[in-house]
Write a protein that binds this ligand. Structure first.
Ligand SMILES: [Zn+2]
Length: 74
């Protein structure tokens, strides 16, 4: 919630910049995946506001790239 206020309820993806008044459609996103690291998890500098549409897009992309990485390294 503090992150949403700091970011003025605006999606931080430069291509988007959507101002979303409904917090139900905003997602607090970790820029660097915390992977269980509490320091990263709570670091406000590592948090950004995204609208749900962007978050879903980015998540999809990450899942695809992690699948790809697994294919390369395994
Ligand atoms: Zn967005």
């Amino acid at each position: 919630m503090t992150i949403f206020q700091r970011d003025l309820f605006t999606c931080q993806r430069p291509e988007c910049g959507h101002l979303e008044s409904s917090t139900a459609l905003l997602v607090c996103d970790h820029k660097v995946p915390h992977r269980g690291d509490e320091r990263l998890f709570w670091d406000e500098n590592n948090l950004q506001t995204l609208c749900k549409a962007c978050h879903d897009k980015i998540k999809q992309r990450d899942e695809q790239s992690s699948l790809h990485t697994r294919g390369v390294w395994h």
